[in-house]
Design a protein around this ligand. Sequence first.
Ligand SMILES: *Cc1c(COP(=O)(O)O)cnc(C)c1O
Length: 379
Amino acid sequence: MNIPYFDIARLNATYGDELYTAATHTMRSGRYVRGSEVEHFEHEYADYVGTQYCISTGNGLDALCAVLMAWKQIYGWDDADEVILPANTFIATALAVTRARLTPILCEPCIDRPTIDTTRITPLITPHTRAIIPVHLYGQMADMDAINRIARRHHLMVLEDACQAHGAIYNSCLDPGLASLFGRRAGNNADAAAFSFYPIKNLGCMGDGGAVTTNNRELADRVRAITNYGQTTHYSHTYQGFNSRLDEVQAAILRVKLPRLDRDNCRRVEIAHYYSTHICHPAVQLLPHVADKSHVYHIYPIRCKNRSRLQEILNTCGIGTLIHYPTPINRQQAYADSHFPAMPVAEAWADEELSLPINPALTDEEVMQVVDAINQNIY
Ligand SMILES: *Cc1c(COP(=O)(O)O)cnc(C)c1O
């Protein structure tokens, strides 16, 4: 039985005709951009995340970039101003910073969890530092309490890169009110957040899509203008913006999928729990199990010093795996001119990480098959 790394067609098939009905209905409507599906989705997603505002965009990179451009305009930042982000992220986090013409400063991740090492942030802060972008990598939320504390002390903005963490819930200790009873969703723990709805994300459309969430009215208005040619009223262009929008068909698809997000995330957590309690091999290092809802397992990472051999063996067993990510930002050729320092912790992650299949549509038998293939082989 072959188990591909992620079978998106199988997951989408579990919706029966719902996705196609929603898409066809929208295609027949004659309204393809900036219509009622997008408007409804933005309200529904803001409600779900718990923020006052949601501004949809064409993808996650644009969502990140629009927030940084908006802050740069609003607060008068300049090109030398710095944004701190983890070195072990998808390239888009860094590209957003440089596309907004700001200066990226890389920070190491933790050793035993994939998120930014908050003890290493303060030494990176200079008079030019303006913002921190914690990335909720693999679906694991960063330590937002520590990050928000540092940001408050140094007057920095915080932008959550929540592109891998739709639906995760963080239990803040800083906020003893409602948040500690119910927690706050990823996307509602900082000044702003960016989401991607790329097809294989925990909430994915059938093309590209993204969104910004925030509780700040001025930022929401500015992001909306910037992603719509910098326009405030028709043909009146107040800011230099660009064009990035979610289309009606994608919004209709997301409206079908959003009500099932929590259930899909529960299935991911169930599979992750099975892996965490059943994988047992001297060459494999598991991450500490996360018992709260701050991890929605977009990715299930294991670490193995002999990763290429393990990947080869699993491939022979018909099991697809991926590496997230083989090259940290400081080693990417695109940033050769930035002369980033060595990042030994991020580089060890890049050398040893292997992502196991964690599709919510996987059967128990398939999950057991993955475990057996890992446990019963020599590498
Ligand atoms: C997917 C992703 C992005 C970018 O989203 P796109 O929609 O592909 O532009 C940004 N950051 C992280 C961490 C991501 O996983």
